[in-house]
Design a protein around this ligand. Structure first.
Ligand code: CA
Length: 409
């Protein structure tokens, strides 16, 4: 896409040449020291958070959607409002005449606390990386075909637990449960010994849909508000014992972390790419060849205790978010404001692009070496995992997603 005009320049010095320049403007929810109990909608710009409600009032614009304690009212308002608010924010942050009025609404990002930015309605997690699905199939079902017969006909997913979606920085308590290694005669109970990560991308629904009315591929942009990073913490020993035949349950539901900034879909126009060539023709409701598909060129990085262990390439995902949204509503299931659906673990073809430890260590057989001389198969107490990502923006700019971080303990 190159139809978007050149990005205007902000009067805010730290927004210039920043992954959080005016070409990005992700939304979040914060509290500040002056009013610690009051959650406010914020917009990340450069090294600052713009108090969006205060900015609207200072600019003489309607502020009701921005004077909220979550993004839900704005998300529910729909695409035409999202476009207008984004245009207003861009004007305020680039037109010198707003500089003085807006200055009091800018708070240094290091001085605010960031919160879960939206009320999560339903949560669905997909399984859209062919490399990840092939690796997991090989590890979990040795001797069988790695991909199940349905895999290239539909985006496989499961309904997860919305109430345990937490914001980046929230500690992750090691889950307990039943574990049974193949050689064991019976299961035992205790803390997971195979606690893992899954580096994923999350898509946040704004506009609801009507029960009984599927959301077509062409309506994707009307419903999806923005994109975040997501870590689907996974207890592999609990998962391996419980998941046959109905899929993930307690091995996943104890915690799912999301990044605090929701990058608007409009900020990702220049990141759109064609997904990999599909070798099975999709049914009509999933066939995205008639328009510009929604592959996204996000470069992700996964760090374990500060050490880079993987660079998952999101552009390699077989199924796109557009197809996932069409599939999860094709039976008539309706969308609610705050629905979150995640891509599935992002793993590329190379060993150092895999998005989970079970793949990076090949089921624990090839431990990851850390600079302190220790090794890891799965996570130990005190370990911290940080996932970051960037995408191409207009005119050579970079769109930053920030990070989703979590420490086991
Ligand atoms: Ca997952």
């Amino acid at each position: 896409m190159s139809t978007t005009p050149s990005s205007p320049r902000s009067w805010l010095p730290s927004a210039q040449d920043s992954p959080f320049g005016v070409h990005n403007l992700p939304y979040g929810v914060f509290t500040a020291a002056d009013q610690p109990g009051r959650r406010r909608v914020g917009v990340r710009v450069g090294d600052f958070v713009l108090d969006a409600g205060a900015a609207a009032r200072a600019a003489g614009a309607p502020s009701v959607l921005l004077d909220a304690d979550s993004l839900n009212p704005l998300m529910a308002a729909g695409r035409s409002v999202w476009t207008q608010v984004r245009a207003d924010l861009t004007t305020w942050l680039t037109d010198e005449s707003f500089r003085e009025a807006l200055a009091p609404a800018l708070l240094p990002v290091g001085e605010v606390e960031l919160h879960l930015p939206f009320e999560v309605a339903d949560y669905v997690d997909f399984y859209a990386s062919e490399h990840h699905a092939t690796n997991l199939g090989t590890i979990f079902r040795p001797g069988s075909e790695p991909l199940t017969p349905n895999w290239k006909h539909l985006p496989i997913g499961y309904h997860g637990r919305a109430g345990t979606v937490v914001v980046s920085g929230t500690p992750v308590v090691r889950p307990q449960g039943q574990r049974k290694a193949p050689a064991d005669a019976a299961p035992t109970f205790g803390p997971s010994r195979r606690l893992d990560i899954e580096a994923e991308v999350g898509f946040v629904v704004g506009t609801p849909s009507q029960l009984g009315r599927p959301v077509a591929l062409d309506d994707f942009e009307q419903h999806v508000f923005g994109v975040c990073l997501l870590n689907d913490w996974s207890a592999r020993d609990i998962q391996a014992w419980e998941y046959v035949p109905l899929g993930p349950f307690l091995g996943k539901s104890f915690a799912t972390s999301v990044s605090p900034w929701i990058v608007p879909l409009d900020a990702l126009r220049h990141a759109r790419v064609a997904p990999p060539r599909r070798d099975v023709e999709p049914l009509a409701y999933l066939d995205d060849r008639g328009g510009e598909p929604w592959g996204l060129d996000l470069a992700m990085e996964v760090r374990l205790n500060g050490h880079l262990v993987s660079r998952p390439p999101f552009a390699t995902m077989y199924w796109t978010a557009q197809q996932q949204l069409a599939h999860m509503t094709v039976n008539g299931a309706s969308l609610r404001t705050g629905d979150l659906f995640a891509s599935g673990t992002v793993s590329g073809p190379e060993p150092d692009t895999r998005g989970a430890l079970i793949e990076l260590t090949w089921n624990g057989e090839e431990p990851v070496k850390l600079p302190d001389g220790t090794t890891r198969t799965f996570l130990e107490d005190g370990d911290e995992v940080v996932i970051t990502a960037t995408a191409p923006g207009p005119d050579g700019t970079v769109v930053g997603f920030g990070e989703v971080a979590g420490r086991v303990g």
